[in-house]
Design a protein. Structure first.
Length: 268
């Protein structure tokens, strides 16, 4: 059975790791280089580094932060935020990123996904899909989710299930699925949309948004709950509630296959 991955996410604003609720009320969570190094040593499977205001502020992604973090890591690093064109992707990969995550640009220009996958390989291309529940119509039998962009500030009217299927067909290697309703709430992932997308697309799904305890990670990864291939979290790691090692031990104890470092390296 394939091992599930644990991915700490570093949301970066003005060169610092931050965390808020629904991307608002940002709270300082430290230096990205120190945090990335610590998570690598604890046994993280990957690191996700997101410039959370690059798109809304019209900036390019923080290449020098990426360039400084990359040499500290022995695990893959995914970088996102403000990526608009192929040259942005090339710059980030050259700076040391292993994967790039696109969101708004992919919605605006879906053909960019296919072009990037053809040029750099699907394994480098992660499509970040931010979703929000919307009121169902009278004939809808299931919850309805809309794709949102620009850090959750702008609705698109695009059905999330349809969009994820299209993204996979265009050549994306992975989906980073974030529930904007759950982000920062510590209430757990939105398991319905995570599981539904995992069942519909043939590429790995990273669950994101809402982790507040270790049981939420298990739920996101369990085949009868979220069914994701990887679990992304921020607050529980940034503020010292749990280490990566403790998270993985909990998952292993509850039947989720994970890569375990020895206790000295994993931080307990």
């Amino acid at each position: 059975m394939l091992k599930r991955r644990i991915i700490p996410c570093l949301d970066v604003h003005n060169g610092r790791v931050v965390k808020g609720v629904h991307f608002k009320g940002l709270r300082d969570a430290g230096d990205p280089i120190e945090a990335a190094r610590a998570y690598d040593k604890q046994g993280a499977d990957e690191i996700c580094l997101l410039d959370i205001t690059a798109t809304t502020e019209g900036r390019e992604t923080f290449v020098d932060v990426v360039r400084r973090v990359a040499p500290q890591l022995f695990v893959p690093m995914t970088v996102g935020g403000g990526i608009r064109r192929a040259s942005d992707v090339r710059r980030l990969l050259n700076a040391g990123a292993d994967k790039v995550a696109l969101n708004s640009a992919a919605v605006t220009n879906p053909n960019l996904i296919r072009s990037l996958a053809d040029n750099y390989g699907s394994q480098c291309i992660v499509i970040a899909v931010d979703v929000r529940r919307i009121d169902p119509r009278p004939h809808d039998r299931h919850p309805m989710f809309e794709v949102v962009i620009n850090g959750g500030k702008r609705g698109t009217g695009i059905d999330a299930l349809w969009w994820c299927e299209r993204v996979a067909a265009l050549g994306a290697g992975e989906l980073l699925l974030t529930s904007m309703d759950k982000d920062g709430t510590k209430e757990g992932y939105d398991l319905w949309i995570t599981r539904e997308i995992a069942r519909r697309v043939p590429i790995p799904i990273i669950a994101s948004g809402g982790v507040g305890e270790l049981e939420h990670l298990r739920q996101g990864l369990a085949s009868d709950a979220g069914a994701a291939d990887a679990a992304l979290a921020a607050s529980i790691f940034h503020f010292g509630l749990y280490t990566i090692g403790q998270a993985k031990q909990y998952l292993q104890n509850h039947g989720i296959p994970v890569r375990i470092l020895d206790s000295n390296k994993a931080g307990g």
